[in-house]
Design a protein around this ligand. Structure first.
Ligand code: GRG
Length: 292
């Protein structure tokens, strides 16, 4: 299961569900700009990798995979806004509010969020049983809402210039970044025959939680040692804005050790699946060794 193939598949599918390229509105152009722009597509790949390991036919994974990427793109637009992280660069290009304007960027984010749920709830695009589809909608809503990703972002902002302990930082990241990773495996699990199997569920949840943590620690590390060119965004911001980050709290070397521990914990969680979990292991290793 080649990562590149699934990146392309995701791009093509997103292109189909987004407003058409010749749509006359600035809103449509901003939605396309912020979505079809060189993202790694890690979250869709996580949906495909989990689903294929659990024997889910690929045609049942396209809508969940696209829905998590649409949510992710919405959060990136809003996160870059002056009222939030105030970042001018995203995926190597001007952030959405720089390429367009603030109002259009806010609305494009809102529209992408709604589109994620439109895609997931449409029986033509997501042709699984209605009960499972309903559960998937609930999974995504919980992951991104006021007790998931949005709460994580609110807590992250509240923690600026405060002294935050490692436990609280992990909790913030679990919501801000981990919740969507966990939703990826849950959406695929829900499309499978194993959605009620508690062993499978527990192991995949444990994997995704550690993957989210690992991904975030690496994000903090790259903010210190990464290159703006590779990352396509401004670096050094955590230090400059006195943001709570693993590197600010632990220092670089200890942060790297925490990343290794989270990698090991995520690999341990999927060891029971043997070779069929190789793509999930690939994602964990990639998250730890990524430069972008
Ligand atoms: C604004 C409601 C709201 C939430 C924002 C998830 C989040 C909360 C903001 C995203 C910004 C951010 C820097 C999050 C931390 C790590 C992360 C998610 C990095 C970006 O993800 P990648 O590396 O990006 O998968 P690409 O561009 O490859 O898709």
């Amino acid at each position: 299961m080649d990562f590149g193939v699934y990146q392309q598949l995701t791009e093509n599918y997103l292109d189909r569900v987004l407003p058409k390229a010749d749509s006359p509105t600035k809103l449509a152009a901003a939605m396309r700009y912020a979505t079809l722009n060189a993202g790694k597509r890690m979250r869709p790949y996580l949906v495909y990798a989990t689903g294929s390991m659990l024997g889910v036919p690929e045609e049942l994974l396209h809508a969940p995979a696209a829905s998590v990427e649409l949510i992710h793109c919405y959060t990136l637009i809003h996160d870059d806004l002056p009222a939030m992280d105030d970042d001018d660069l995203r995926r190597g290009k001007p952030s959405c509010h720089k390429a367009f304007d603030e109002c259009t960027a806010i609305l494009a984010g809102d529209a992408l969020q709604a589109l994620a749920f439109e895609v997931l709830s449409d029986p033509k695009l997501n042709p699984i049983a209605a009960t499972q589809r309903c559960k998937q909608i609930n999974i995504l809503a919980q992951a991104v809402g006021g007790s998931g990703l949005v709460l994580g972002q609110a807590q992250d902002i509240a923690a600026e210039n405060q002294s935050v302990g490692l436990h609280d930082l992990a909790e913030i990241h679990q919501r801000k970044t981990g919740a969507l990773f966990k939703a990826c495996v849950q959406l695929a699990l829900q499309a499978s025959d194993l959605h009620s199997d508690s062993n499978t569920t527990d192991n995949l949840h444990h994997y995704a939680e550690n993957l989210g943590l690992l991904f975030q620690i690496q994000d903090d590390i790259l903010d210190v040692i990464g290159s703006e060119e590779d990352l396509g965004k401004t670096i050094g911001k955590d230090q400059a804005t006195a943001k709570s980050s693993y590197t600010n709290i632990l220092g670089l070397e200890l942060a790297k050790q925490h990343a290794q521990a989270a990698l090991q914990a995520s690999l341990d969680a999927i060891s029971c699946f043997g070779n069929s979990a190789r793509n999930l292991a690939y994602i964990a290793n990639l998250s730890c060794n990524r430069k972008s």
